[in-house]
Design a protein around this ligand. Structure first.
Ligand code: NAP
Length: 256
């Protein structure tokens, strides 16, 4: 008989909206840190498949799962896919998020309000519920961590651009604080990242693909951030290096 400690199963991290941008950067980094990565996407099937292939070619492991985070059945299927994968769910990055074309609040349609709140708020809640049901000591789980993607917009308000989006991120801040306290004694840490202006394709959905470039000189650091810089913080918050951090809202805004 050997005295070897039992080897832990490979940790799994689920990342929503990981076909591009911050989610894809977090997926690449998580794989390099030894996680099996669940890559969720909505419509970019090819991009998600390419990312899985890239991670596997680099010696990592990943799987892709299509699903709309605002749809409870899709979220159940996403977590079922994680249950079926070898390893143990240890992390969730609630990253999927959308915004609409820049406009004033008095111009926003009811349909857009419903969609932005459904994806950004309900989607993060549904995924957090499934993660807690698997990771909480209360449910027989072995613990883990959740990182929510908020935004500096939550405290700036995004006037004239997308107050609906900013308010949805305010809800994410509040959920982070409340859920962190609910599950702090159950082995789960919950934190939020509040990126500022990050170079990704999200600005094109707002109708201004060059927004990061335009605003860069106005920022205290005089440059936009990169998806990789946000990914570094997400992986740090997931890791044991952040073992006493929960309920934190961490700005990544280059001083903004
Ligand atoms: P992005 O480049 O627009 O990517 C969005 C990702 O979310 C895509 O993979 C997209 O998948 C996925 N997605 C959209 N709707 C979805 C849904 N209903 N269900 C599942 N996946 C969905 O965005 P990003 O800039 O990387 O932003 C990532 C997160 O950071 C968001 O929560 C955003 O609000 C936040 N954030 C970004 C910035 C910034 O400046 N970039 C600043 C602050 C906060 P498909 O490609 O398949 O549609």
């Amino acid at each position: 008989m050997t005295n070897q400690p039992p080897t832990d199963p490979q940790p799994i991290v689920l990342i929503t909206g990981a076909s591009r941008g911050i989610g894809a950067a977090a997926a690449r980094l998580a794989a390099r840190r030894g996680y099996r990565v669940g890559i969720n996407y909505l419509s970019s099937e090819e991009a998600a498949a390419r990312l899985v292939a890239e991670i596997e070619a680099d010696g990592g492991s990943a799987f892709a799962v299509r699903g709309d985070v605002s749809n409870p059945a899709d979220v159940a299927a996403l977590f079922a896919a994680s249950d079926a994968a070898p390893g143990r769910l240890k992390g969730l990055i609630n990253n999927a998020g959308i915004l609409g074309p820049q406009m004033r609040l008095d111009q926003i349609s009811p349909e857009r309000l419903a969609r932005v709140f459904a994806v950004n708020i309900t989607g993060s809640f549904l995924c957090a519920q499934e993660a807690v049901r698997r990771m909480s000591h209360r449910h027989g789980g072995k613990g883990g961590a959740i990182v929510n993607l908020s935004s500096t917009a939550a405290r700036l308000g995004a006037p004239g651009e997308y107050v609906d989006y900013a308010a949805s991120k305010g809800a994410i801040d509040t959920m982070t604080i409340g859920l962190a306290k609910e599950v702090a004694g159950e082995g789960i840490r919950v934190n939020a990242l509040r990126p500022g202006i990050i170079e990704t394709e999200i600005h094109a959905s707002g109708g201004e693909p060059g927004r990061a470039e335009r605003l860069a000189p106005l920022l205290p650091m005089q440059r936009a951030g990169t998806a990789e810089e946000v990914a570094q913080a997400a992986l740090w918050l997931l890791s044991d290096e952040a073992s006493y951090i929960t309920g934190a809202l961490l700005d990544i805004g280059g001083g903004r």
